[in-house]
Design a protein around this ligand. Structure first.
Ligand SMILES: [Zn+2]
Length: 329
């Protein structure tokens, strides 16, 4: 081996991590510093270095793209649309750039977690299946060569959906008491709990809810714990199945921890996730908005294959209203 091979491998690993961490989604006061956080580079360096040295492609696992929100004020329908397409293109391009410096390339395994907790959101298993198929179709249509999908259905082929959720929870979930203790400790668990509770409130507070506001809040807080419990079980299982993969998360993460929080677009204001909003083209660029906000602002729907793909908002009409909503799940 050439004398300088070892430092070259380390430098290459740093380059790869810089690509990823330049799109890092950070926890406020989470300890990260600089445009690319050197502490996080150091924390993940060995895993990337080992892959580079072995000539392996860099593998990422990203639990995300569960299912469209059931709230019609936020999305256009149950199937993936331009909002998902833009995020998938962004993730594929990230892998493409890694491939430019590391010939074996990179893959992001999108571990769609819709099947893991759709029953808690009041979303049917049929909608989860249709959404996952739609994601596969989008990945194929846009020619995203570095993205793969992996779902709970792949873990338990032929098993009923209720049963596969029970197998996951029994084998991998922390208890609700353990989670409550973590959330009481503050930091990232508390931020995630608050974010998910807020989304549950938005998704369930439509006209179908006939009880009091405080009863709905209680229900959403309880459901948030169960969503986190299932997500944690899914993450634990993925860690077992893909032990050498780097773990990505759509949630902001503290510095130098197991997971790297990642944005799903190259703009730092891209807080809303594709499955909680619609893509709006305005002034030559896309942003994500809640459907009702886009329509209030005067955005027009654009159809593809007989359904809404995205919206177009004339920049003049855009000025007073189109600040992208901040969100965290
Ligand atoms: Zn950091």
């Amino acid at each position: 081996m050439h004398r300088s091979a070892a430092p070259d491998i380390a430098l290459l690993a740093v380059d790869i991590l810089r690509e990823v961490l330049s799109h890092q989604r950070r926890l406020r006061d989470g300890g990260c510093a600089g445009t690319v956080c050197r502490h996080c580079v150091r924390h993940h360096l060995e895993a990337v270095r080992a892959a580079v040295e072995a000539g392996r492609r860099i593998e990422f696992v990203l639990p995300a793209f569960p299912v469209k929100s059931p709230n019609p004020a936020k999305v256009s329908g149950p199937l993936p649309d331009m909002a998902e397409e833009l995020a998938l293109r962004f993730l594929d391009a990230l892998c493409e750039r890694i491939g430019a410096v590391h010939a074996p390339g990179a893959v992001i395994r999108i571990c769609s977690d819709g099947r893991v907790f759709n029953d808690l959101l009041g979303v049917s298993d049929e909608n989860v299946t249709a959404y996952a198929r739609g994601l596969d179709a989008t990945i194929g249509r846009i020619g995203a060569r570095h993205l793969e999908q992996f779902t709970l259905d792949d873990v338990h082929p032929g098993v009923g959906h209720e049963d596969m959720r029970a197998l996951l929870t029994d084998g991998h979930a922390p208890t609700l008491e353990e989670l409550r203790a973590e959330v009481r400790g503050g930091g990232a668990p508390l931020a995630m709990y608050r974010g998910i509770t807020r989304f549950m409130l938005e998704d369930l507070s439509g006209p179908q809810w006939t009880g009091t506001r405080s009863a709905l809040q209680r229900k959403c807080r309880d459901l948030a714990y169960r969503v986190i419990q299932r997500s944690r079980a899914w993450g634990d299982l993925l860690g077992e199945l893909f032990p050498t993969a780097l773990r990505l998360s759509i949630h902001p993460q503290p510095c130098s921890t197991e997971k790297i929080g990642i944005l799903l677009a190259d703009t730092p204001d891209a807080w809303l996730t594709p499955w909680h909003g619609v893509a709006v083209e305005t002034g030559g660029r896309f942003t994500l908005m809640k459907r009702a906000e886009a329509e209030r602002a005067g955005a027009r729907p654009v159809l593809a294959d007989g359904r809404t793909s995205h919206y177009v908002l004339e920049p003049a009409a855009n000025a007073p209203v189109a600040s992208p909503a901040r969100a965290c799940a």
